[in-house]
Design a protein around this ligand. Sequence first.
Ligand code: URA
Length: 408
Amino acid sequence: MDILAIIDKKRLGQVLSDKEIKYAFMGYLNGDIKDYQMSSLLMAIVIKGFNFKETLALTDLMLKSGKFLTKKDIKGIRVDKHSTGGVGDKTSMIIGPILASLGLKMGKLSGKGLGFTGGTIDKLDSIPGFKTSLSIKEFIKTLDKVGFAECAQTDEFTPLDKVIYSLRSVTGTVESIPLIASSIMSKKLALGASYILIDLKLGSGALIKTREDANKLSNLMKKIGKAYGVKVIVEITDMNTPLGDNIGNALEVIEAYDILNGKKGNLYELCVNLSAKLYKEAKNVSMKEAKNKVKEVIDNKKALNKFLEFIKSQGGNYNKIKISNNIKEVRSLKSGYIKEIDAKKIGVLSLHLGAGRINKEDNIDYSVGVVLSKHKGDYVKKGDILCQLYQKNDKNYAIEARNAFKIN
Ligand code: URA
């Protein structure tokens, strides 16, 4: 078999066999296929697509490229949740502690930032001491003890997704329905959850921009779940506006704390809703009862304490998180109502501030980002602060920041 023939076949829109997919992807994992060859194949897949059989073959390869957990490894009701990627999306860090404090087990494999969208692993890496690379033994121990554990793809867990994910992030090959589905579903299947909730983000700041594509991705992930006998619940939610106020790694961990401490807004509402959806499925109760339970553990701070316990159990120290003290205020040049805060523009701004990667080997700066001071629908007067930029340098990003706000 030869990689050039496989790339050519996909470039011409033909269907690849299981053997060809295995040859290319496992060859990349073991170093026989080079970055430039895999980038080219990925781009051909982005453009020409993968049918269901090809997508399932890739999911299975990713899943079986490492070890995976089964019912026997984890006691209790196992649930999992994943977002397809957005701007300011720190929901996993909030939902995990909520569900763990309600007695469920949420073990989660996550990824780093992809393109302009942030990744939970980068956010957790901003906590000094926090270990995002866990052995299976450590993972099971934390999950058993705390009820919530979260780590990155490793050489043990979905190593094939790990290498493909980081290549996609820097080669413009993120926005592909079959590649997103196989990446997410392999990570979810590897941890053996009985109920999987996918928060499918739709809008300017998401990887999925149209309702039609959202429905396609939703159906595909459900179909993959069905092939493995796992129930997949999909919620399609808005990502035209950033989620919450803070965008940037350490800033987002701080906002997760604030939400669990009772801060209200679009992020709080979404987290309550998604947590309740999973609780309802897992415990077979009504949505009303599930929401009450979720709100109760936020109000009585059980979920907040669980969040701190989770950080500590993976070696982190919340009190040592650092954010930049070089803060620039961006003020409005006119008065009016905020019609829109463009999530993609804020995501790209945060990337330019240093919170994400442009090249595969880039080091990101955990302490930088954007804090929104106003929300969609707010009235602003000329001179009011729209947002604050946490920077490491003294570059002027005011124009880029103002461009994200549509004021009429
Ligand atoms: N999240 C993932 O884990 N993978 C993708 O491809 C996109 C979002």
